[in-house]
Write a protein that binds this ligand. Structure first.
Ligand code: GCB
Length: 689
């Protein structure tokens, strides 16, 4: 019976093949060619489509990375640039995997990783090859690794960050994809790894757009690539995934502890030890793999003056993890910020993740130490790490060096507020940042956004992020850098500038007439020459944040705005503005501390100007002088983080001979040379305020 059906199946196949051969030979040569081409095309299309496959997303973050057993995959990787996106595995162009070689001299291999150019990982691709400086598209990174799988252990492929969408292939199989950049993620590759040589391929798509986080247009360099450490982390099957310790709310004699585990049975225990505090407790895991409870302890409190850290060991299953952790309280009371119950002013500075004296992204502990050392030299006790999560060394070093930190995700300017996927990327970034750094005492503020428009959709989006953040971690403050000043505010300020303009002896007649016109229009409401103004920062998001953070550019951009609005020459308006700023004040209807998260002016180091022309160190200095006088006269202002510590790379900044694709608002230049305003700021931070 079986024999019969096999015979009939075989003969049917032979018949079909013969019929096809007859049909094919009846076609003309052109028809035959078209037929063959259509076959290749449809295969090709299928391969191109494979790039849109639903790839696995990475599991939740693995905490306590520095305490894990791991092998570094840093070093030289092969790179193939692929702006057309055709190098997908299996395609005739990329033709990978397995790694193919043309050893016979007759094998067509175009994407040959052995012959390809090498670049360093971690590192951005843009500054490692001059041809890639402005490149913002797709490329492949490849390396081999050899491992010996071990029974009872899992191998996790960890990336500190991949900018901005990374699809990871191991031995030709897609293991997953992460979208968004700037945050760590991993995949469990135990089942993909094999004894001996393994081929690891990462497809990076460095494009950003309207729906990504960050959006396509940013005032910083969208460095692409594997910008942070890559590791193969070996963990036991039964393991601690993460653990958080922080002081109980309002208390200094109790530490809250919470750990999550995987592969350890409910009812088993997690042990926490802090030798110096005589803590040695165990907590049972519940059905969800969580163990939590309170520890009685009276730690010496962490502060910038006394950055005290304790060695903490958490063990459970096969994990034994140790880290140095500090304990402190941060809260607000009315318009004050309290650190360990005492009012503190944030003497801060803003930064980007770029090292001093080298091009590209900062990725090593040394890079970060250099940056933080310069903030310390400025006399700062606070760093605003704008505008995206930096590498993990930042907060660890800030813990040790005694610097308070603001950490942020790149929800920046205008994004697609109604897009679910956009929200999902932002939530993922926040979760990974918070879960990575929640044991760092230095981090006191999570920021969910920078300079976003005041709309309903934005409010909904950001409230969601704030809720998420507080849900994960209620031992810190939440904020967002706002844009302030409404149309009416600016009209009233314009009238005050006009009153000063009319009274000033330095204003040319033509401009005086324009100013007079503004005053005539204001009529009865026209201000007097010396009148100041109090600007209230009332963005509705302020209701939901703990701190009202405000970016303002009086003395820089706003002078352009007023000059255009009034039709007055900038040369006339700028000095009037610097004078007026001394009578400008800030407040908010929310009874909360105000932090001026940005102010500044562009200056090319070495450019001096007695006349105080813009782009000179002298003009920058004048803006800083006026800003400090203005800001310290507003009692609600409890913190400053001027823009910015160091000149940084920005595609938005082309001005030849001055910017050359650097944003020049740094207090030091790209080589670490200080500008005059650095010293002014340093003297200010050493003073009374
Ligand atoms: C801002 C942005 C910051 C820019 C800065 C500038 O308001 O928050 O990312 O770099 O202004 O220099 O224009």
């Amino acid at each position: 019976m079986l024999k019969k059906s096999i015979i009939s199946a075989v003969s049917a196949t032979i018949l079909a093949a013969v019929a096809f051969a007859i049909y094919f030979s009846s076609l003309t040569k052109t028809e035959q060619a078209r037929w063959l081409l259509s076959l290749t095309m449809s295969e090709g299309e299928a391969l191109f489509q494979s790039s849109d496959e639903a790839y696995a997303s990475p599991p939740p973050l693995l905490g306590w990375l520095d305490a894990r057993q791991k092998e570094s995959l840093n070093g030289e990787w092969s790179i193939i640039i692929d702006p057309m996106g055709v190098g997908t595995p299996g395609s005739i162009f990329g033709g990978y995997p397995p790694l193919r070689r043309n050893t016979s001299g007759m094998t067509l291999v175009e994407y040959d990783f052995e012959r390809a150019q090498r670049i360093k990982v971690p590192g951005d691709v843009n500054t490692q090859d001059p041809r890639l400086f402005f490149y913002r598209d797709k490329f492949w990174l490849y390396r081999e690794l050899s491992v010996a799988p071990k029974a009872g252990r899992r191998q996790l492929l960890h990336f500190g960050a991949a900018n901005f969408t990374a699809t990871v292939f191991l031995n030709g199989r897609a293991v997953g994809r992460h979208e968004g950049g700037y945050v760590p993620f991993h995949f469990d590759v135990t089942d993909e790894l094999r004894e001996g040589r393994n081929e690891l391929l990462v497809w990076i798509d460095n494009r950003l757009g309207d729906q990504s986080i960050p959006t396509g247009r940013t005032d910083w360099w969208p460095y692409g690539g594997l910008t942070r450490d890559v590791y193969l982390v070996e963990v036991p099957e039964a393991r601690i995934v993460n653990a958080k310790l922080s002081l109980a709310k309002g208390r200094t004699d109790q530490i809250r502890f919470r750990a999550s585990a995987q592969g350890i049975a409910a009812g088993e225990t997690v042990r926490v030890q802090i030798g110096a505090l005589n803590v040695d407790e165990t907590f049972r895991l519940d059905g969800a793999g969580v163990a939590e409870g309170a520890l009685s302890a009276q730690p010496e409190l962490w502060s910038p003056e006394n950055p005290k850290l304790y060695e903490v060991t958490v063990s459970g299953g096969g994990s034994v993890l140790s880290e140095r952790i500090g304990f402190r309280q941060i809260e607000t009371r009315g318009t004050q910020i309290l650190l360990n119950g005492e009012p503190i002013k944030l003497r801060g500075i803003s930064t980007h993740e770029e090292p001093i004296g080298r091009e590209g992204v900062a990725h090593s502990a040394n890079d970060m130490r250099g940056l933080l050392a310069e903030a310390k030299a400025l006399g700062a006790n606070f760093v605003r790490a704008a505008h995206y999560p930096y590498n993990r060394h930042l907060a660890r070093l800030a813990d040790e060096m005694g610097l308070l930190l603001w950490e942020e995700i790149p929800v920046y300017w205008q994004i697609d507020w109604d897009n679910e996927n956009t929200l999902a990327i932002a939530r993922d970034q926040m979760a990974r940042l918070v879960q990575r750094d929640w044991n760092r005492a230095s981090v006191i503020i999570w920021s969910v956004a920078n300079e976003t428009p005041n709309t309903r959709e934005r409010l909904r989006f950001l409230r969601r992020l704030i809720e998420d953040t507080r849900g994960m971690d209620d031992s810190r403050l939440v904020s967002a850098a706002l844009l302030g000043g409404s149309g009416p505010d600016f009209a009233l300020i314009a009238a005050r500038l006009a009153a000063r303009g009319v009274a000033s002896a330095d204003v040319p007649d033509e401009d005086r007439k324009i100013f007079q016109g503004v005053l005539d229009e204001a009529g009865y409401f026209a201000p007097s020459a010396g009148e100041g103004y109090t600007l209230s920062i009332d963005d509705p998001l302020g209701e939901h944040t703990d701190i009202i953070a405000y970016n303002e550019y009086f003395g820089w951009y706003y002078s352009v705005l007023f000059s255009r609005q009034l039709g007055i020459d900038e040369a006339v308006l700028r000095p009037l503005m610097l004078e007026f700023m001394r009578d400008l004040r800030f407040t908010s209807k929310y009874e909360k501390p105000i932090h001026i998260s940005e102010f500044g002016a562009g200056a090319k180091r070495g450019n001096r100007s007695e006349a105080g022309h813009i782009w000179s160190e002298d003009y920058q200095l004048r803006v800083y002088e006026a800003q400090l006088e203005m800001l310290t006269a507003s009692p609600q202002v409890q913190g400053l983080s001027p823009w910015i510590l160091k000149d940084f790379r920005a595609m938005l900044r082309p001005l030849a001979g001055v910017q050359d694709y650097y944003n020049r608002k740094g207090l030091i230049d790209e080589n670490g040379e200080r500008k005059a305003a650095f010293y002014l700021m340093r003297d200010f931070y050493q003073g009374e305020w």
